[in-house]
Design a protein around this ligand. Structure first.
Ligand SMILES: Nc1nc2c(ncn2[C@@H]2O[C@H](COP(=O)(O)OP(=O)(O)O)[C@@H](O)[C@H]2O)c(=O)[nH]1
Ligand SMILES: [Mg+2]
Length: 352
């Protein structure tokens, strides 16, 4: 089993010798190559890599026309000749000594092995609590939005290994800069294993990605949701919700006007009929391919989602008003959040 370690570099001249040295020591006994994909670094990292290639099994790719971390990794995959690909940064934030653990996880049956900051034993060095919070929050959004990655604790790690077959024939979009997330959504695999590691400090040089915003990440998630058909589901779910409004109003009107029933009782009954209407359409349309649970469980779970949504909506309304938000805006925010909560619960639980 041959290992190809793919390393994207941009101005990493100072880190390269130690990286290559530690990596080659860690990989003693393995058949391996190091594929360095450099985007014509001004500090001539590619030149140093070529020098190191005389002593170590290194393949240097110097790109002059393209730029970007993800496209560099994808290019590395194309040039790699191994059966297992390892992806890692050049700045020693990813300890080379972890690589054998990732490879062994693959040997034991994992298709993808992730060096993970967020499984027990994993950590990040020198991050303020708010930086961790943003990182974890961003990951949570990704896991809720993309059901295929919901069990992965660190789907945005830049340090991972995979069998070549996982990405073979898969069209990866280089625009998103979280290449692992792209692979986890589009790749061919069954087993993912996460190995804890400590995300260290950059040894030398400076970060190129620090200025990348959460907006880029959210756009990446949006694109992957579209690719997975999740946006289609959201649209269908919304249309069903609108149909529920009509059902609710129609029955309420009929109960009060034609039967002369009590308005509160009529409202409860009309709401329940709307819930049943929505459940039916979602079951035979929005989530028709996801009927893994028995009908009764789906029905109960759908009611729980509806109730949770209503509670969340009400709580947000009360809390936002208490802090001085205009009541109409408070209600609107409540409605939006309630919608997200109901969609998420139904997507992950009712039709999970
Ligand atoms: N080829 C290539 N490598 C890049 C590019 N941007 C960053 N890198 C490399 O990707 C790795 C991670 O980048 P880094 O700046 O450390 O990101 P951070 O750890 O998120 O701050 C490092 O090895 C960089 O040299 C790029 O545009 N092209
Ligand atoms: Mg770094």
């Amino acid at each position: 089993m041959k290992i190809s370690v793919v390393i994207p570099t941009y101005n990493e001249r100072e880190n390269l010798p130690e990286l290559v040295e530690r990596l080659s020591r860690a990989l003693q006994g393995y058949e391996y190559e190091i594929v360095i994909v450099d985007d014509d670094s001004p500090d001539k990292t590619w030149g140093l890599a070529e020098e190191l290639a005389r002593k170590y099994p290194i393949k240097v790719i110097r790109r002059t026309k393209e730029k970007g971390l993800s496209s560099a990794v994808i290019r590395g995959f194309k040039e790699a000749s191994g059966d297992v690909f390892v992806v890692m940064d050049a700045d020693l934030q990813h300890p080379p000594e972890k690589v054998p653990e990732l490879i062994e996880a693959i040997k034991r049956g994992a298709d993808i092995a992730i060096a993970s900051r967020y499984v027990p034993g994993g950590a990040v060095k020198n991050w303020y609590w708010y930086r961790k919070l943003i990182s974890k929050g961003a990951i949570m959004i990704g896991r809720v939005a993309l059901p295929r990655i919901r069990n992965v604790k660190d789907p945005v790690s830049g340090f991972f290994a995979l069998r070549r077959e996982v990405v073979e024939g898969v069209e990866l979009n280089p625009v998103g800069f979280k290449i692992l997330m792209e692979i986890l959504v589009k790749g061919h695999y069954n087993n993912v294993r996460e190995v804890p590691f400590t995300f260290g400090l950059r040894k030398a040089g400076e970060s190129k990605l620090g200025s990348r915003t959460i907006v880029n990440y959210l756009r990446h998630i949006y694109r992957l949701m579209r690719w997975e058909g999740e946006i289609d589901r959201l649209v269908k779910f919304s249309l069903v919700g609108l149909s529920g409004v009509l059902v609710n109003e129609g029955f309420l009107w009929a109960f009060v006007e034609f039967f002369g029933w009590d308005k509160v009782f009529s409202n409860i009954l009309a709401t329940e009929l709307a819930i049943l209407n929505n459940f039916t359409w979602n079951d035979i349309w929005t989530f028709r391919d996801l009927k893994n649970k028995p009908l009764l469980k789906r029905l109960v779970s759908f009611h729980v989602a509806a109730l949770s949504g209503a509670l969340v909506q009400w709580a947000i309304y009360v809390i936002l008003m208490a802090v001085g938000v205009h009541y109409l805006l408070a209600n609107l925010i409540g409605i939006v959040v309630s919608f997200i909560v109901r969609f998420a619960v139904n997507r992950h639980v009712t039709w999970g």
